[in-house]
Design a protein around this ligand. Structure first.
Ligand code: SF4
Length: 326
C-alpha cells in the first residue's frame, strides 16, 4: 500500500519503533542547518500554512491502521522541515489520538515557532516533544542553523522555558554538535545553565552520522561528544532501547516482518528519498536483515533509482558507502 506522507515504522534510539508523519511534503523550514540530513531548505519561512492538510494526512493514517496489525511505540510528527509550520498541527495531533489511541504522539521541532502561544497550545497536546537547540552563542547559532531573519537563540530558549511551564508531557532536548561550530566551551557553559532551568526529561547530545546538506559541517570526535554527554549525564539515558524490535497487538515481539523483495526495495527507496544512508543504517532503521537490504540496494542501483552518495563519508565514523535517492 503506497503512502505519501507516512513512513516507517523505523527504529529510533529515542522513541523505539516510530511511525513518521510528514507534515510538510517538501523541504520547508524556518532554518537551513548546515548539517541537515534531508538536504538544503527549499523554502525558508516562518509562515504557518496547511502544507499537508490534516484531512489528507489523517486519511492516510486511517488506511495505514487498516493494513497493519503491528503498532509502533510512537507516532512521530516531523518531515523534511519544521512540523510546527503546519497550521493544522493541533488537528493532526487530535486525529492521531483518535485513529491510534493506544500510541503516544511525539513531535520533532527546531523550537523556532514556540514564541507563538498558539503553537505552544497545539504542541502541548502531544505526549513527547523533542526540541533541538544547538547553541546559545548567537554567532554560532546563526552560522550553524542559518535561521529566518529575526530569530535569536536567546528568544528560542525563552520560549522553550515558557513551554515547559505549561506542558505536562515529556521533553527530550537534542543538541547536535558540529566540529568547530558549536562545540565551544562558551556554548557548553550556556547550555548547561539552560538545561538546569528547563529540566528536560532527557538530553541527547548527537553529532552528524550522515552527510549533511553542506559539506562544511563535520561531526565532532567521539571523545568530544562523550565529554558533552558527561556534562548532561543526569539527563542522558544510561542505556538505549535495543532497536529492531516491534510489538504486536497481542504483546508478542517480532524481530522483523516477512516482506517480499519488491516491498523491501520500495521501502528502502522511500527511506533513501528522505536521507542518504549506509546499508547498516538502513538495516537498523527498517529492522531488516543486512543481506536483504544489500540485495534491495543492488536492484535499485541496477534500475538507476538510487546512486552512491558522494560527500563527507570520510569524516564520518563509518567505512560503509552512503546511498541516496535524491
Ligand atoms: S535540521 Fe531540522 S531545523 Fe535544520 S534545516 Fe533540517 S529540518 Fe530544518
Amino acid at each position: 500500500m503506497a503512502f505519501t506522507y507516512i513512513f516507517g515504522p523505523v527504529a529510533s534510539s529515542r522513541l523505539g519503533r516510530s511511525l513518521g508523519l510528514d507534515l510538510l511534503g517538501s523541504r520547508i523550514c524556518s532554518m537551513d542547518c548546515l548539517y541537515c540530513e534531508v538536504g538544503r531548505t527549499d523554502e525558508l519561512t516562518l509562515l504557518r500554512a496547511p502544507y499537508v492538510p490534516a484531512d489528507v494526512l489523517l486519511e492516510e493514517l486511517e488506511r495505514w491502521r487498516e493494513g497493519n496489525t503491528i503498532f509502533p511505540d510512537h507516532v512521530t510528527l516531523g518531515g523534511a522541515g519544521e512540523p510546527c509550520l503546519n497550521s493544522e498541527l493541533g488537528a493532526i495531533i487530535r486525529g492521531c489520538r483518535r485513529i491510534l489511541p493506544e500510541v503516544p504522539v511525539a513531535v520533532l521541532t527546531n523550537s523556532t515557532l514556540m514564541a507563538d502561544p498558539a503553537v505552544r497550545e497545539e504542541l502541548a497536546l502531544a505526549d513527547v516533544v523533542l526540541p533541538s537547540l544547538d547553541s546559545l552563542v548567537e554567532e554560532e547559532f546563526n552560522k550553524l542553523n542559518r535561521p529566518c531573519g529575526g530569530l535569536t537563540a536567546a528568544g528560542i530558549a525563552e520560549s522553550l522555558l515558557q513551554f515547559r511551564r505549561m506542558f505536562g508531557g515529556k521533553i527530550f532536548l537534542e543538541i547536535l554538535l558540529a566540529q568547530g561550530m558549536n562545540d565551544s566551551e562558551e556554548n557548553l557553559a550556556l547550555l548547561r545553565e539552560f538545561v538546569k532551568r528547563l529540566g528536560p526529561d532527557r538530553v541527547d547530545v548527537t553529532t552528524l552520522s550522515r552527510p549533511g546538506a553542506y559539506p562544511v559541517a563535520k561531526p565532532v570526535a567521539p571523545e568530544v561528544r562523550e565529554r558533552w554527554c558527561g556534562e548532561f549525564a543526569a539527563f542522558c539515558p544510561q542505556e538505549r532501547e535495543a532497536p529492531g524490535s516491534v510489538f504486536l497487538r497481542t504483546g508478542q515481539r517480532a524481530d522483523h516482518v516477512e516482506r517480499d523483495q519488491k516491498t523491501v526495495a520500495d521501502t528502502v527507496a522511500r527511506s533513501l528519498r528522505r536521507r542518504p544512508q549506509t546499508p547498516g543504517q538502513l538495516a537498523l532503521s527498517l529492522s531488516l536483515p543486512l543481506e536483504r537490504v544489500e540485495h534491495a540496494l543492488a536492484i535499485l542501483l541496477h534500475e538507476g533509482i538510487i546512486h552512491r552518495a558522494q560527500g563527507m563519508t570520510e569524516h564520518l565514523d563509518t567505512h560503509e558507502p552512503f546511498y541516496s535517492c535524491q
